[in-house]
Design a binder for this molecule. Sequence first.
Ligand SMILES: [Mg+2]
Length: 223
Amino acid sequence: MSNKSITIRGAQQMVDDWIKTIGVSYFSELSQLAQLTEEVGEVARVINRTYGEQSSKKSDEDKKLADELADVLFTLICIANSTGIDLTDALDKNLAKKTKRDKKRHANNLNLKKEPYMDFQEIIGVIAQAGAKRETIKIYYPKTTGSTGGWREVEPYFLSNDTGEAAEHLVCGQDRLSPGHIFNAYTLGRGKTHYDSFILGKIRAAKATNRKFKPRSGWKVEF
Ligand SMILES: [Mg+2]
């Protein structure tokens, strides 16, 4: 293996020197595109014969992947040179763009998000304080049957000591009933009648919103 190290900018210069001395001049951009496609096809052929199910023909045996990849690189550099593109800058900016885009993408991926965690007593404190002031709170509840996990804003009403028939109905499914740990609330933004019961032990975090609410008719706030 050669010890020569070539930078991308250096490679662009080497190709340019070669074209101007031996190759005479660059082909048109469209011809270069056709050539690039041809060379990519040759890479595909080597890969297909080497790693795919097709067997090599005698004529394929001297075709080497390294050489075909170098053909692709050469043609790509020719296109960059004739269109005035500095590939060092382009690659640098491209990686920065990918980093920014993917960082955001992963940060917004709920499956990768770490769930918040607060002490149980603190959670109860936030709920009780907001309830007493008739203010909504945001609670972080994990994924359950029929609803995705995440923050939701609720109007706090009361904590139950027993589940009762209604609560059992509301927390049925794969959720285990947890008697004495039910928090009754209206979930905002999910229609006018979205009354929910949450198992207190499952609430991961709670925060005040300082937004007043008017209790729904027929429901008392008891904190
Ligand atoms: Mg080739």
